[in-house]
Design a protein around this ligand. Structure first.
Ligand SMILES: Cc1cc2nc3c(=O)[nH]c(=O)nc-3n(C[C@H](O)[C@H](O)[C@H](O)COP(=O)(O)OP(=O)(O)OC[C@H]3O[C@@H](n4cnc5c(N)ncnc54)[C@H](O)[C@@H]3O)c2cc1C
Length: 822
């Protein structure tokens, strides 16, 4: 009976922790168990008394607030204040930007899957769909990626005119200013389609619709600025660019040395108070063709002309190109995708105060504005482009792997190629789901700062992998440049996606977990706020409340993590779908493990954690893969759980879960403290590490799905542009694929006949005639085979040029670095 009593007390505590039951009900339940055993069983009185005293020693201080605050919370608050990481103003701004959505559930260790599945899944409006099916499709038909990249290093004039005429530059500008006023998913749909055809056009459209003058004005502009600039930007009368980066300030953008000094100067013949700007920016997209330059700089008011503060901080201004002192003109040459990009410099450029975005009231608010807008934009531009690029890779590589034969077999039938094909399909599925869910979050009113960083990093990294795999499968066909090459430029350009809008290493190591941990944690932000309160009594009350909530939360996550690990999450509350329930279970388990590991890391490393990028990068990976898997499951549900798509979902899911396990295992194995390494290992991996990479049978199934037309292939690649013309290389692949498949039995028949010595013609045309004459195939079959073989010949062909054509342009004069610096 005594052991049963101990077991019951332990059981009550474990169930309470697992279910997140609060202190008072736990105390009541424990008291009830002790009383019940005392009254109804023969457990010795001494044992009951000893256990009751031990319980009282723990329960009374925890439940009695004055004792708890005086003896527990107050001393801990002193330690906490010393451990509290110092947050710079820019870090604080980054933390304040954005809202917390589904990622908060994942981070907190007990995700409510019904809430994810119940979330609205917006669709395109009829007007948005008409735009995608109309002007976007027409644009794609006009684009000639080879000519644009190789001959023009730009878009032709008629494409620029078309973009302006159909207001492609005004997708995010409200309709009352002449823009298209599109939702985020429409914005995504346009970028996805255009980027799948021509990266130069994709970038040219993306930039005016992302962080820059239009978006800044929509959110922060004065009415006068909106009325003046937005209609001009929507119609393309003004082409914008935005300059933040300079030679010394890249990732560390708040260190920009560019200055604006408030002073008096001449403007349109009058003396006015304005700003004298000196700046040196580089890598600025659209700068060479821009008419309106958005600029970030540090604003100073040494003479107190606009207030009492001398150092106002980072501010943003809009500077028309023709303003005296602005120097634009030369171009950089971005790797592989020569879109318009170049430096902008300015020496003593004088602009009036109303050039400041939002007017003088917004002086010094520049960093906040940029970070708030980036929390949205990073989730759309590059994830959508990655989605378009990888869908095209899936479509084209699958078709090519079926059409291209070596050793008398389609190359897609070789197991080595299957591995790469499965990765292409799985990652394409994941990227599309990730980008769709992040855009949907924006449309639901979120400012998804953490999902945007996850989407930017993982969509571009997975796209890098997909493009490399696609290139490998295409062999020399992917390498030889020319109008027939539909992959090379995308592959060359991928480092651009990796670098812009927050370079990827920085995004992974600092931003995803750095922001995610503090923003998504249910207690940390409140604890920090309480610890910083000047009113000590209120501070202690608030801190005590948060601290004990936090302790309960941590114990709960430790217990949940261990029990879910031991039971393989069989008791987790998950949706009941037979095929996917096991996926939700695994995610619930890893969510609890992440919550526990994060708490241990934050509690033991405090402010030092932000410099431990090995740890933060890996913890961020776990959060990211949880989010990506959620997005895939949501997509699968919203598409009506198509059974035929299940292998792709399964591949992508196992790949992500395996990466999640690897990241967590590396956190555990490399945790700085040995005792904590053991504790983490026992709680997170009580039965060891069991996740496996997708198995060979699954890889085979997924790869085969790319090799023939099907509803699954259509769903995987929906939203990309497929030309209906056989003169377009992608259009030809799609036309040829079903006919190649249909004639495969004929090819086999010919091959057999040849092996049997029945055919001995010396080339394929003669072979067809011989096969007809020997009644191996009919003449109709020979006609079809001839047509298909001609298409295949064209598909595997690469381009050839006169050597003189390959000498591209003049050598160009490059200024020595020293002169630039002078
Ligand atoms: C084609 C192109 C277009 C661009 N368009 C624009 C534009 O329109 N407007 C604009 O203002 N800027 C633009 N940029 C600039 C772009 O945003 C920067 O290149 C980017 O911020 C990185 O800066 P950097 O190149 O100087 O690299 P660096 O800052 O020197 O970084 C180098 C490497 O160090 C890593 N790193 C740096 N700090 C950390 C850290 N704390 N932790 C971990 N890793 C770290 C980075 O991730 C990166 O991998 C463009 C750049 C390119 C190449």
């Amino acid at each position: 009976m005594f052991w049963l009593l101990l077991l019951s007390l332990l059981g009550v505590s474990i169930i309470s922790a697992f279910r997140g039951i609060r202190l008072v009900p736990w105390t009541a339940a424990m008291t009830a168990v002790l009383s019940g055993f005392a009254i109804f069983t023969d457990v010795s009185t001494l044992a009951i008394v000893i256990l009751s005293v031990l319980f009282a020693v723990v329960a009374i201080p925890l439940n009695h607030l004055p004792i708890r605050r005086r003896w527990l919370s107050d001393p801990f608050l002193d330690i906490y204040r010393k451990m509290l990481p110092s947050l710079s103003e820019t870090e604080q701004i980054a933390l304040d930007a954005g809202t917390v959505g589904w990622e908060g559930e994942l981070f907190a260790g007990n995700p409510n899957w019904d809430s994810l599945l119940g979330q609205h899944w917006p669709e395109l409006t009829p007007a948005e769909q008409a735009f995608v099916d109309g002007p976007v499709k027409a644009l794609c038909d006009m684009l000639d990626p080879w000519k644009n990249a190789h001959e023009l290093a730009d878009l032709p004039a008629e494409v620029w005119d078309f973009l302006k005429q159909h207001r492609f530059f005004g997708m995010i500008i409200p309709t009352n200013y002449g823009g298209l006023g599109f939702s985020a998913i429409a914005h995504r749909a346009v970028l996805q389609k255009v980027s799948s055809v021509c990266p130069i056009a994709g970038t040219t459209i993306a930039v005016p619709n992302s962080l820059g003058p239009a978006e800044l004005l929509v959110h922060y502009g004065t009415q006068e600025q909106k009325d003046h600039y937005l209609p001009r930007l929507a119609s393309g009368e003004d082409i914008p660019c935005f300059g933040l980066t300079g030679p010394t300030a890249g990732s560390d953008a708040t260190s920009i040395p560019d200055t604006g000094i408030v002073c008096k100067g001449k403007y349109k013949g009058k003396t006015v108070i304005g700003i004298r700007l000196n700046f040196d920016k580089r890598y600025i997209t659209l700068a060479p063709v821009a008419t309106l330059v958005g600029l970030a700089f540090k604003l100073y008011d040494p003479d107190g002309l606009v207030g009492t503060r001398h150092d106002l901080g980072i501010s943003l201004a809009l500077v028309p190109r023709e303003t005296p002192g602005v120097e634009i003109g030369k171009s950089h040459m971005p790797l592989g995708i020569p879109f318009s990009n170049g430096p902008i410099r300015g020496k003593d450029v004088f602009v009036p105060l109303d050039a400041l975005v939002g007017g003088i009231d917004r002086a010094g608010d520049g960093w906040r504005m940029l970070i708030e807008l980036l929390s949205v934009g990073r989730g759309i531009t590059l994830p959508s482009s990655s989605s378009g690029g990888t869908k095209l890779c899936s479509l084209a590589t699958g078709a090519y792997a079926r059409i291209r034969k070596q050793f008398n077999l389609p190359i897609g039938r070789f197991e080595g190629v299957e591995e790469a094909l499965a990765r292409i399909a799985g990652h394409t599925y994941a990227i599309s789901a990730l980008s769709r869910m992040t855009a949907a979050a924006v449309d639901m009113g979120e400012k998804p700062a953490v999902p945007s960083a996850i989407a930017k990093y993982h969509a571009t990294e997975m796209a890098r992998r997909v493009m490399t795999d696609a290139m490998d499968i295409h062999g020399g066909k992917g390498i030889i440049m020319g109008p027939r090459n539909y992959l090379g430029r995308g592959w060359m350009g991928i480092p651009i996606w990796i670098t812009v809008e927050g370079a990827n290493i920085l995004t992974r190591s600092m931003m995803i977990f750095g922001q995610g941990a503090i923003r998504c944690h249910p207690y940390i932000l409140n604890e920090m706020a309480a610890a910083r309160l000047d009113d000590k009594t209120r501070g202690l009350e608030a801190f005590d409340r948060e601290l004990f909530g936090h302790i309960g939360y941590s114990i709960g996550n430790a217990v949940r993590s261990m029990l879910l690990g031991l039971s393989l999450a069989r008791f987790a509350a998950v949706p009941s779908d037979r095929k996917t329930a096991k996926y939700y279970r695994k995610l619930t388990r890893y969510s609890a493990a992440l919550a526990f590991a994060s708490d241990v890391a934050m509690l033991t490393l405090g402010g030092k954690l932000k410099h431990k990028e090995h740890l933060t990068g890996r913890l961020g990976d776990v959060l990211s893969h949880l989010y990506i898997c959620s997005a895939m499951l949501k997509r699968f549900e919203m598409q009506g759980r198509p059974a035929a798509d299940q292998p792709i979902l399964a591949w992508a899911f196992h790949d992500a879960i395996y990466k999640m396990q690897t990241a967590l295992a590396n956190v555990v194995d490399n945790f700085p403290n040995r005792a904590l390494r053991i504790l983490l290992a026992v709680i997170i991996f009580p039965l060891g590490r069991h996740e496996k990479q997708p198995g060979d049978r699954l890889v085979h199934k997924v790869a085969q799905l790319l090799l023939s037309p099907s509803a699954t292939r259509d769903r995987l690649t929906d939203g990309v542009f497929i030309s209906s013309s056989a003169s377009n290389p992608i259009g030809l692949l799609e036309i040829a694929l079903p006919r190649v498949i249909a004639t495969e039995p004929l090819e086999r028949r010919l091959s057999k006949a040849q092996s049997a010595g029945e055919l001995d013609a010396d080339n394929w045309q003669n072979q067809l005639e011989e096969a007809v004459s020997k009644s191996i195939i009919s003449s109709a079959e020979a006609t079809e085979l001839k047509a298909v073989r001609q298409m295949v010949t064209e598909i595997i062909a690469v381009d050839e040029f006169e050597s003189s054509v390959l000498r591209m342009g003049a050598s160009g004069e490059v200024e020595p670095v020293a002169e630039q610096a002078a």
